[in-house]
Design a protein around this ligand. Structure first.
Ligand SMILES: [Cu+2]
Length: 358
């Protein structure tokens, strides 16, 4: 497929640690990002949804920040190609510390639940850090699709952030249901712990690094899904000693299974069988935890293989319809070695698959 560069505007929000109702601030266009193909497919441009902004509310007492993307109008029976899509939005982290968990949900303007089936994908990227498995990409710190993956806290661990880190939020909606939703919002509640602050939060967390082991290796995640049964596999090499605390998975509709193997050790790390409804719409992908055993050991140089199987019952090829990603948390044996992944200045985006494309 011919991929064409497109420039997406970004909105920067400066959220202070306060109860104040933070007003979103539109940044001048120096915050623009170059994307590789993400919003251009088959020569068709996604229409941009107007008026979608990012709101960040910090509840200092509850140590939780809630990010809210919206409002979005979602007409019934609309594919992700036809749906006007929100622009990329940027959250600037207001404190030093750790993000502990991610709890996504969809609501309407009155706070009533909207079904997760209308979320095609959301992805959070830390623009100030490189991915430890694929340094050509930014660190992908959280993602969810229709299965609305809830990322729960792993006690004692957290994702380290610095004040001013820019977290880019890519949201893609669709609506395969017969019900239209007006003014829908995607909310992600993120409990956090400050590095230094009140005495109760004094015990530092161990740093985790999100591990995205993709059937597309270090390229763009989205691929064309053929009709019927199919399998795609990719490999990635671990460059640090450490442990994997657990692994979940990301698939799209008609996804069946994700298998993660450590080829160097000739071992299956995890087999994850997806749950879907009668039409094949993805409902959930299980999570396998190794925390009890102290984590699944990876050695520098280990080759990991991830494979995804699908059974596309539509009878036709679905353009950019699939992804297959095993997602886990990695803890380095020597955390100081991970410091080199920090990017202090804005990176010049390369062309090798920066965005989580659809
Ligand atoms: Cu996806």
């Amino acid at each position: 497929m011919k991929r064409i560069l497109t420039i997406c505007g970004a909105i920067l929000l400066n959220a202070g640690i306060a109860f104040a109702q933070d007003k979103p601030v539109e940044a001048p266009h120096d915050m623009q990002h170059m994307h590789h193909g993400g919003f251009m497919q088959g020569g068709m441009h996604h229409a941009a949804a107007k008026g979608v902004v990012l709101d960040a509310k910090v509840d200092a007492a509850a140590h939780t920040v809630t990010l809210r993307v919206g409002p979005m109008n979602l007409p019934a029976n609309t594919s992700h190609m036809k749906m006007p899509q929100p622009p990329d939005l940027v959250w600037e982290v207001p404190m030093e510390g750790w993000l502990l968990a991610y709890h996504p949900r969809l609501v309407d303007a009155s706070g009533n639940a909207v079904p997760g089936t209308v979320l095609h994908h959301v992805a959070f990227w830390n623009e100030n850090r490189a991915d430890f498995l694929c340094p050509n990409k930014e660190e992908h710190i959280f993602g969810a699709g229709s299965e609305m993956t809830d990322w729960t806290e792993v006690p004692g661990y957290g994702y380290g952030v610095r004040k001013g880190d820019k977290i880019r939020i890519e949201t893609m909606m669709y609506n395969p249901t017969a019900t239209s939703y007006d003014k829908a919002y995607l909310e992600v509640a993120i409990p956090f712990q400050e590095a230094a602050g009140d005495a109760s939060a004094a015990t530092p967390r161990k740093n985790v690094y999100p591990a995205w082991m993709d059937v597309a290796s270090c390229g763009n995640s989205g691929y064309d899904l053929p009709a019927g049964k199919s399998e795609k596999a990719g490999t990635v090499t671990v460059k640090y000693d450490g442990v994997l605390l657990g692994v979940g998975g990301h698939l799209h509709d008609y996804g069946k299974q994700i298998v993660l193997e450590d080829v160097s050790r000739k071992e299956t790390v995890a087999t994850l069988d997806a749950k879907a409804d009668a039409e094949g719409h993805l409902e959930s992908v299980p999570v396998k935890l190794f925390v009890q055993e102290g984590g699944y050991k990876f050695a520098k140089g280990d080759v990991l293989k991830v494979s995804a199987t699908y059974d596309n019952s539509t009878g036709k090829l679905l353009r950019d319809g699939a992804m297959g990603i095993a997602v886990g948390y990695f803890v380095a044996a020597d955390d100081t070695k991970m410091a080199g992944l920090r990017r202090n200045s804005k990176p010049s985006h390369d062309m090798s698959g920066m965005s989580h494309d659809h």
